[in-house]
Design a protein around this ligand. Structure first.
Ligand SMILES: [Cu+2]
Length: 207
């Protein structure tokens, strides 16, 4: 046991020397990672929940939205993605990939709009500068439903088909982690992110 530890220590030391030589940098100049990440899963009973939006409610700083618009496509009479999470101030491009008429509208108080994309390739671009939930529909196809969730900071994620999510590059701190899903609700959680660490959260959604 003792010899194992000794060997392990030697191994790490040797590796550090090799890295320092290869990189031409002393260990003191290696940047310290001040941010961490949050990972987790979203469950509902024994199934996993896709398209849940997980976000932290308060984070310091001012954030600039991406200059390019984020795409919400209309293909095979569906909005893709079903749930789009964006940073406040972002532009969304509503694209028509179908060879027929689509329309996008919302009656929400946060952003009320009504635009049409008559033919394949038509795009309507809108800016979303208030935070909140915006349900959207198409006047032509009643089954078409989607949601845009506008958030105040960039620390959010949408769960994948396995219910997994990952929020990366979060400044170290303690936050309230919240969730929105069109399938149900779940309570908020407190999460502490440490520098270089990985905080974990499990959300249980109920109807
Ligand atoms: Cu449509």
């Amino acid at each position: 046991m003792k010899s194992n530890i000794a060997r392990k220590t030697l191994g790490v030391g040797a590796m550090a020397v090799v890295m320092a030589l290869a990189g031409g940098a002393s260990p003191a100049s290696v940047p310290v990672k001040a941010n961490g990440e949050i990972i987790g899963i979203v469950e509902m009973g024994s199934t996993r929940v896709e398209d849940a939006v997980i976000s932290i409610s308060e984070a310091p700083g001012n954030y600039s939205p991406p200059s390019a618009g984020v795409m919400m496509d209309q293909k095979d009479k569906q909005f893709i993605p079903h749930v789009l999470a964006i940073l406040k101030g972002s532009k969304v491009k509503f694209n028509n990939s179908d060879p027929f008429f689509h329309n996008v509208f919302s009656s929400s108080r946060i952003k009320m709009f009504n635009v049409s994309q008559e033919k394949k390739g038509d795009v309507s671009e809108l800016t979303f500068d208030k935070t909140g939930l915006i349900p959207i529909r198409c006047h032509i196809h009643a089954n078409m439903k989607a949601y845009i969730v506008v958030l105040p900071n960039p620390y959010f994620a949408v769960s994948n088909a396995k219910g997994q999510f990952q929020i990366g590059d979060v400044p170290a701190g303690t936050y309230t982690l919240k969730i929105w899903s069109d399938k149900g609700s779940s309570t908020t959680q407190s999460v502490t992110v440490t520098a270089g660490g990985r905080a974990k959260a499990i959300f249980k959604v109920t109807q």
